[in-house]
Ligand binder design. Structure first.
Ligand SMILES: N[C@@H](CCC(=O)N[C@@H](CS)C(=O)NCC(=O)O)C(=O)O
Length: 231
């Protein structure tokens, strides 16, 4: 029996910072599945397992390979039916796709820009070169120019969390009375920011910050186990 999760890691070999990997670290703990988290760099991704993967997370669950965070969660729900549910049924699974889409379309892009230079600082020289080329192509500007938008992006960010804040005024988790994979999707983005940025992304008195702290307390506080950015 062996479960391996491949995870993008800083040059220090300790700071796992990928938002998509964090969704799965939480999902594995939620299901009570023990896994070895194996650190990789950008350069290592092409050599993971059968060489067919272009991004992390990648999960090897006793020989079953899965390479997209949502598909990994669907696999875990199917493979470990005795553990607590990650979706709360087919409707919950379908609606978690909306949360993923919201996270990718609305939250991910500004955090990418705000964290660009801080992420770069955490990487090995080889990953820095890869990351700079890939992100400058995606952004259509240099990393430095993307980072120069950070004050504007940071100021606009709390309003973008309004949909989550609105739900949290009525219930403690997106999942209702308990966290579900939908919570871990948005947790992943904030955890990425927590690990890479030298400052908080949202004000401490924001209900979203209180929810994030509750997420950090889950599953034996696994989210707090990563050393914070000190660069
Ligand atoms: N849809 C994928 C996206 C995963 C993804 O973009 N992972 C990033 C790390 S956060 C990656 O591995 N990127 C590889 C690259 O940029 O070459 C998922 O949710 O698993």
């Amino acid at each position: 029996m062996s479960v391996i999760l491949y995870s993008l890691c800083a040059a220090d070999g300790r700071r796992h910072y990928s938002p998509h990997v964090w969704k799965i670290i939480m999902a594995l703990r939620h299901k009570g599945v023990r896994a070895e988290v194996r650190p990789v760099s950008f350069a290592d991704i092409a050599a993971i397992e059968d060489g067919s993967f272009k991004s992390v997370p990648v999960l090897n669950d006793n020989g079953h390979l899965e390479g997209d965070s949502f598909e990994i969660a669907v696999h875990l729900e199917r493979a470990y039916p005795d553990g607590p549910t990650l979706f709360g049924g087919p409707g919950g699974q379908a609606m978690a796709r909306f949360v993923e889409s919201f996270s990718q379309a609305v939250i991910h892009p500004p955090v990418s820009a705000v964290a660009a230079m801080d992420m770069h600082a955490l990487m090995s020289p080889a990953d820095q070169a890869y990351f700079r080329a890939a992100r400058e192509k995606r952004f259509g500007m240099t990393l430095e120019q993307a980072a120069a938008t950070r004050e504007v992006e940071l100021a606009a960010l709390p309003a973008k969390f309004a949909p989550l804040r609105g739900v949290l005024a009525k219930q403690p988790w997106l999942g209702g009375q308990q966290p579900l994979f939908a919570d871990y999707i948005l947790f992943g983005v904030l955890q990425w920011a927590r690990i890479t940025l030298p400052h908080a992304l949202l004000p401490a008195d924001d209900p979203v910050s209180a929810w994030f702290e509750r997420c950090l307390d889950l599953h034996g506080g696994v989210g707090r186990s990563v050393t914070l950015s000190d660069h």
